[in-house]
Write a protein that binds this ligand. Structure first.
Ligand code: MRU
Length: 360
């Protein structure tokens, strides 16, 4: 079986998380899952920013794709008269869309990449065409990167069958079959038995609502567990390895990912089991030396004090709701990328990956 058919078999007939259709964006509204597979159409920048902020589209690569297509939506909406006006609109959109969520570097990276590509356009029509083309390229490259991560990860995790993951890193979070979940899909597609433990991922339940839905849909054995049970699951020998995605990885391997990831990494270290990160190069931010420089998004109180309008805490309680944490690189066994598996010392392996584009 070829690499392509391995992936196509899994993605066939599945709707991508983010699609460009004629003159607008369509997303799977992830806030409605698993109850409903609802599609939202985005025809304004306000809608693009809103769905990214509300996590209707979420996961670092998916918000990158959505933000990139949002640049086309913004050009169409604002109708600039000439080249300088079009480039000024795009400069503004880099800020407006790029800042919708601060931690996942894929978003600011994608809108900046689109803006750079637009600079070659000689008039408004050429600029629009370059912008759309770049957004499509970002999306197709992510799909290919997912395939490669799956294949590298499958080899790296050969013989490991009981795997824990956190948040959602699959086809909803990317343009392909996912980062961490891509490794799981690749193992399953190659016929290896795989059992997944998915932590529920409070407070917005990406693990419970999205990862279990996705894996069950693909026929993969998945068990839902509370976030707080990972140490016990490891102590009981249920879990042989942990694999998660990432929102931003610093030059030393420190990795920002969904809140709770750091706890699972500490638990894995205590239990002596490997802790893997899977992420495309678009998730690395080599401009920062360590994770201390990563801005952590703080989310609104209501996400912790209520669930779909039902109170889950006293409404006036003081709340601290960070969306992400930073796992120190020294707790990470390896980082699986589309160009190979990066091992410590990460300063060197990450630098090599960017210099040579190949570390396999
Ligand atoms: O707040 P979210 O749901 O966008 O957070 C997503 C994550 O933390 C994912 O693990 C990460 O983006 C990697 S997705 C391939």
């Amino acid at each position: 079986m070829t690499d392509a058919s391995l992936v196509d078999g899994f993605l066939a007939d599945l709707r991508p998380a983010v699609t460009w259709v004629d003159d607008h964006i369509e997303i799977i509204d992830q806030t409605k899952l698993p109850a409903e597979l609802a599609i939202a159409e985005l025809r304004s920048v306000e809608e693009v920013v809103d769905v990214i902020y509300r996590l209707a589209v979420r996961g670092a690569p998916s918000i990158g794709s959505c933000g990139a297509f949002g640049m086309v939506v913004g050009l169409d909406e604002r109708q600039p008269a000439d080249r300088p006006a079009a480039l000024a609109v795009l400069d503004d959109l880099v800020e407006t869309i790029g800042n919708a969520r601060p931690t996942a570097v894929n978003l600011s990276w994608a809108v900046s990449r689109v803006r750079d590509a637009a600079g070659k356009g000689s008039d408004v029509a050429a600029i629009r065409s370059l912008v759309l083309n770049e957004a499509q390229l970002i999306t197709s490259e992510d799909r290919d990167a997912c395939t490669q991560m799956g294949l590298f990860g499958m080899k790296e995790l050969a013989g490991i069958n009981n795997i824990m993951t956190h948040c959602n890193t699959g086809r909803l979070a990317t343009a392909g079959w996912g980062t961490a979940l891509g490794v799981i899909y690749a193992k399953a597609a190659s016929g290896e038995p795989v059992k997944v433990y998915a932590s529920e991922t409070r407070p917005l339940l990406q693990g419970a609502r999205l990862t279990t839905w996705e894996l069950q849909d693909a026929g993969i054995d998945v068990t839902l567990m509370p976030d707080g049970s990972s140490a016990t699951a490891m102590a009981e020998g249920r879990v042989e390895a942990v694999i998660v995605g990432a929102d931003r990885i610093a030059a030393n391997g420190d990795t920002a990912n969904k809140i709770g990831t750091f706890t699972h990494a500490v638990n894995a270290h205590y239990a002596g089991i490997p802790f893997y990160v899977a992420a495309p190069l678009s998730t690395f931010d080599t401009s920062i030396a360590t994770g201390a420089e990563i801005e952590i998004e703080l989310r609104p109180n209501h996400e912790m004090t209520s669930w779909r309008s039902e109170p889950t805490a006293p409404q006036d309680i003081s709340v601290w709701n960070p969306a992400f944490d930073v796992t120190p690189g020294k707790l990470i066994t390896a980082i699986i990328t589309e160009v190979g598996v990066l091992k410590p010392p990460f300063e060197e392996s990450i630098s090599d990956a960017f210099k040579k584009g190949d570390v396999s």
